[in-house]
Design a protein around this ligand. Structure first.
Ligand SMILES: [Zn+2]
Length: 180
C-alpha cells in the first residue's frame, strides 16, 4: 500500500512541476508588461521633450535596456528580438514611447541588427561618435535622448542610409494589435 501511495505522490509532484514549467514564461511576460506600466514617462502620444536623469532611469528601466539606452552599450549581433521581424507595424522608443520607425522602412540586412532606411520625421537626433577607434554617427531618440544605434551611408534606395538599431531600444506594436 505504501508503495502505491508513494507512486501516487510522485505523479502529483511531476504534474505540479510540469505545470510550473509551463507557467514560468507567462510570469516573465507579465513582469515585463509591469515594468513598462511602471514607467511614468512612457507615452506614444505625448511629444514633450524629456529631461530625466540616469539615476531616475536606472530605477525604471530593465538592466539590459538601461545599458544600451543610457550607457550606449550594443547588444550582440543576431540576438535581438526584432532582427528578423518582417511583420507590419510601428516601432517606438522602448524608453519613452516616441514613434521612431514604420515597418515599411525596415529592410533585411545581414549586419545582425534591425535595420531601417528611414526614420519618422523629427523622431531621432544625431551625434558624432568617435569611440572604439571609429568615426560613426550615433542615433538617439529625439524625445528622451536615449541611445538607439548608429546610422551608416550604405543603405538601400531611396535614402541610401542604414539605421542600425538595437532591438532592446525598440518597442514594436504590430498593426494587428493596434487595430484591436
Ligand atoms: Zn525615447
Amino acid at each position: 500500500m505504501k508503495i502505491w501511495h508513494l507512486i501516487f505522490n510522485l505523479c502529483i509532484l511531476s504534474l505540479f512541476l510540469q505545470c510550473s514549467e509551463i507557467k514560468m514564461p507567462v510570469k516573465t511576460n507579465s513582469m515585463n508588461t509591469e515594468t513598462s506600466k511602471n514607467n511614468p514617462y512612457y507615452s506614444r502620444t505625448d511629444k514633450t521633450k524629456l529631461n530625466v536623469s540616469n539615476e531616475e532611469w536606472k530605477k525604471i528601466l530593465s538592466p539590459d535596456l538601461y545599458a544600451v539606452a543610457r550607457e550606449a552599450a550594443t547588444e550582440r549581433p543576431f540576438t535581438g528580438k526584432y532582427n528578423e521581424t518582417d511583420e507590419l507595424g510601428e516601432y517606438y522608443c522602448a524608453v519613452c514611447g516616441n514613434h521612431l520607425f514604420r515597418s515599411s522602412s525596415k529592410f533585411a540586412s545581414s549586419c545582425g541588427w534591425p535595420s531601417f532606411f528611414q526614420s519618422e520625421k523629427d523622431a531621432v537626433k544625431y551625434k558624432r561618435d568617435s569611440t572604439h577607434g571609429m568615426e560613426r554617427i550615433e542615433v538617439v531618440c529625439g524625445r528622451c535622448d536615449s541611445h538607439l544605434g548608429h546610422v551608416f551611408n550604405d543603405g538601400p534606395e531611396p535614402t541610401g542610409v542604414r539605421y542600425c538599431m538595437n532591438s532592446v531600444s525598440l518597442d514594436f506594436v504590430p498593426d494587428s494589435e493596434s487595430q484591436r
